[in-house]
Design a protein around this ligand. Structure first.
Ligand code: F7E
Length: 343
């Protein structure tokens, strides 16, 4: 049985990856912030159904000693470093925190593993935001980076740190350059979930409009479930390498609105209002990836289409606002394997 450590296990990707690895027979550990342990109902909502099968360890990506402690006490075959401040707009408001968490946090993880478990395979969550003001279309592994936000800059730094540990110390370090990936577990601040959750509120009379910063930005949207399988495949490959993971299709925010509103027989033009306060100081106009290398080398393929993702998200948000079936909230298991307070 392999053992994996996931940072960011309470997030969208972390929760799907934990499910995937458990299904493959892994022993799954997660790093969680102490504040999350104090508020498990809310903070562990995405992993509530898995809690009695996970090993969670309190640590902060802002504290090297706390990361070092966890890595010194447990042996891991694979580490998936997903934790980050991942909201691009927020990185303009507080670039310093984004840089601190995303760059130093990655460096702490790499340094701790290099010191204590250099044979552990390491995955870094890179991002299409590293391409920013794109130099070529579609973007592939060889496309030069031109980040347009503190978030994008922090991911370029994390990517370069990861590559440097691979080249300098011979560690198995791989980066996924993942394009936007969504699901019903997406945070409400991201545009897909903002749209689908607001549609559910409009449909049930709880909201009357949807305010957005732009309708013209184009993104390559895939499903998070498909993308976590690519993360795992990267660490099974014989050689550490970097891979673009994308659907290869670009859609505008306008098309996303049109499709999502049409799911509930509404016309987006009657509800969507442009609000310049939601515009970013520097927008990334177009991202669309070429995942040919991941398909060819890893045998990765995606299962969900853009329409299926949008439909699933609208349906899930409608169900959340107005449940048709009385589903009991999963109770937190008393068997939750929490590391000791001193861990
Ligand atoms: O924005 C536009 C916005 O916040 C998508 C993160 O996972 O993917 C994500 O980054 C687009 C942008 O995601 C609103 O300006 C318009 O052009 O959903 P988003 P993102 O910034 O692309 C990458 C790959 C990551 O790595 C990131 O961590 O939609 N947009 N109006 C808006 N976006 C938001 N959030 N809210 C609006 O009102």
């Amino acid at each position: 049985m392999k053992t994996a450590l996931i940072t960011g296990i309470t997030g969208q990707d972390g929760s799907y990856l934990a499910e995937h690895l458990l299904a493959l027979g892994y022993e799954v550990h997660g790093l969680v912030r102490r504040v999350a342990l104090e508020d498990p109902e809310r903070r562990f909502a995405r992993i509530a159904h898995l809690l009695d099968r996970l090993h969670l360890h309190p640590a902060s990506l802002e504290s090297y000693p706390s990361v070092f402690r966890v890595v010194s006490r447990h042996e891991f075959d694979e580490c998936y470093h997903l934790a980050a401040q991942s909201f691009v707009a927020e990185s303009f408001s507080d670039g310093f925190s984004t840089m601190n968490t995303n760059i130093n946090g990655t460096h702490y993880m790499l340094a701790a593993f290099n010191e204590l478990q250099p044979r552990c395979r390491f995955y870094f969550a890179g991002s299409s935001e590293m391409f920013g003001k794109v130099r070529e279309t579609p973007q592939r592994e060889t496309t030069p980076f031109y980040p347009r936000s503190p978030y994008g800059i922090s991911k370029v730094a994390g990517f370069e740190l990861t590559r440097n540990y691979r080249e300098a110390y011979g560690m198995f370090c791989a980066s996924g350059i993942l394009f936007n990936h969504e699901s019903p577990r997406r945070g409400f601040e991201f545009v897909t979930r903002k749209i689908t959750s607001t549609i559910a509120r409009i449909k049930t009379g709880l909201a009357t409009e949807l305010r957005l910063g732009t309708l013209d930005a184009r993104r390559d949207w895939g499903h998070a479930k498909d993308y976590v399988r690519a993360m795992h495949l990267m660490l099974q490959h014989e050689q550490a390498d970097d891979f673009v993971v994308a659907s290869g299709e670009a859609h505008t925010v306008r098309e996303l609105c049109e499709l999502a509103f049409a799911e509930v027989d509404l016309d987006y033009r009657e509800y969507v209002k442009l609000d310049e306060r939601l515009q970013r100081p520097a927008e990334v106009e177009l991202l669309v990836g070429d995942a040919a290398k991941a398909r060819r080398v890893l045998g990765w393929e995606s299962h969900y289409t853009f329409t299926e993702i949008v439909r699933e998200m609208v349906e899930a948000d409608l169900e959340a606002v107005h449940p048709t079936s009385a589903k009991a909230a999963p109770a937190l298991s008393p068997r939750l394997t929490l590391a000791r307070a001193s861990d």
